[in-house]
Design a protein around this ligand. Structure first.
Ligand SMILES: Nc1nc2c(c(=O)[nH]1)N[C@H]1C(S)=C(S)[C@@H](COP(=O)(O)O)O[C@H]1N2
Ligand SMILES: [Mo]
Length: 419
């Protein structure tokens, strides 16, 4: 007779009163398949068992199921936060047409993306400690006991690989160091996140009983508490040294944040300068015009025309995907007023904001809710004309919007009906 993996069912038990899943699970065919998947595989020859593969090769008394479980829970929470905040950032940058996204609170993205980067970085010591606590299992003997065991090990390998990839690529992106990444960071970081979360969910499913058991059993600490404390302190220090890139009072100790609030022209950091975007001449030209076009109508506005329109001031952050953010006081023309100039109803439109840049990934952005009162084509920052590097002569600034979509050096606005 085939024993069911949970040991509780036997073949003679009637399948009645079970749902389709229960029936499928207890069917003879499923049991046979399961038995085949869990059947012991032949062991490799003992002669291969050398070096780290020897029994008892790793003897640190610090390692225990309890330590691994506690680190695992902390990591699971950090990865979960990272995944959700990252997904939110992705959705804001690639909004599905069926999804309504709020523009309030205006600083929400600043918070979620700061959290994304801070938890991501705090994960570094946690992941290091977790991998240290389990790496002797790389050398378990026999390496695979059954096909199911092999699948489980592959899942763990995928999880470790994906987690390391996310941390390393994220840190490289913050450092603007793209040479080691022969792929487009944003896409890779997004898709590998799904690999990581899929592998994580399956890993948790498999390990939950082990974790429960390890946490129930009381065992002497033998240095475990001190170790956890050290890992916690490392994570805390990293977090504090990162938060300074959004929290101004912490900026003097923002050792891990390459860009900090209060630095840069007009007290605001810059990611792409006018020179590197190749827009200096077009932006400074006396022939500069802002074109608003759509529904068969077009208006062109000189800087003087723009300045003659009603001006509004709003306090909004630039919140970069890299986690830094900085608040500015912006003054300019409401986007909805510009849409009104061509007779478009801003509540029923979306607008493509195009910069003077000839190319580049962030040349344009689309804004789905151009009717927000706080969405401006800003001409001034802190009361002064925009610095060249902040988008002179005109830039978009909108609430709850990732920095990459706050298009600088705006030259044309194309209005479409929202679908
Ligand atoms: N035209 C254009 N606008 C752009 C960019 C760009 O490369 N080109 N970079 C964006 C990014 S990634 C950020 S974080 C903000 C930064 O704005 P700031 O330089 O004024 O702080 O500008 C955004 N606007
Ligand atoms: Mo950015």
């Amino acid at each position: 007779m085939v024993r069911h993996p949970d040991g509780g069912l036997d073949r003679n038990r009637p399948a009645r009163r079970r749902g389709w899943f229960g029936r499928l699970w207890s069917s003879a065919r499923t049991r046979r398949a399961w038995a085949w998947l869990t059947a012991p595989l032949p062991e490799p020859p003992e002669g291969l068992r050398r070096g780290p593969l020897r029994a008892g090769a790793f003897g640190s008394p610090l390692r225990s199921a309890r330590l691994t479980s506690q680190l695992g829970i902390a990591l699971g929470v950090a990865f979960g936060i990272c995944f959700l905040t990252g997904l939110y950032s992705h959705v804001l940058q690639h909004p599905p047409s069926w999804l309504w996204l709020p523009t309030r609170p205006a600083g929400l993205y600043r918070f979620t993306q700061g959290l994304h980067v801070a938890t991501g970085l705090a994960t570094v010591p946690l992941l290091g400690a977790k991998l240290w606590s389990v790496y002797p299992r790389l050398f378990t003997w026999p390496p695979v006991r059954s096909l199911v065991h092999a699948a489980e090990r592959l899942t763990v390998a995928a999880l470790v690989g994906a987690a390391l990839f996310q941390l390393i690529s994220g840190v490289l992106n913050i450092a603007h160091w793209y040479e080691p990444m022969p792929f487009f960071f944003t896409n890779a970081h997004y898709w590998v996140a799904w690999v990581a979360i899929g592998a994580l969910v399956s890993h948790i499913g498999v390990q939950l009983p082990v974790v429960r058991e390890a946490l129930r059993r009381k065992e002497p600490s033998s240095g475990r508490r001190e170790f956890l404390l050290a890992v916690g302190i490392a994570a805390g220090v990293i977090t504090i040294a990162t938060l300074g890139q959004t929290v101004r009072s912490l900026s003097p100790i923002a050792l891990l944040g390459p860009r900090r609030p209060g630095t840069g022209p007009q007290g605001l950091p810059v990611n792409r300068t006018a020179a590197s975007a190749g827009v200096r001449d077009a932006a400074l030209s006396p022939d500069y015009r802002l074109t608003v076009t759509g529904f068969g109508r077009t208006v062109t506005l000189s800087l003087a025309d723009l300045a003659a329109l009603p001006q509004h001031t709003t306090v909004l952050p630039i919140a970069c995907v890299e986690g830094w953010s900085s608040i500015g006081t912006w003054t300019g023309v409401r986007l909805k007023d510009l849409l009104g100039l061509i007779g478009a109803d801003p509540a029923k439109c979306s607008a493509d904001i195009e910069s003077l840049q000839a190319g580049g990934r962030y040349r344009t952005s689309t804004i789905g809710a151009p009717d927000d009162d706080r969405t401006l084509i800003a001409l001034r920052l802190g009361g002064e004309p925009l610095a060249m590097d902040h988008g002179f002569p005109a830039r978009l600034i909108a609430p709850n919007r990732p920095g990459v979509l706050q298009t600088k050096w705006v030259g044309r606005i194309v209005v479409r009906s929202a679908l």
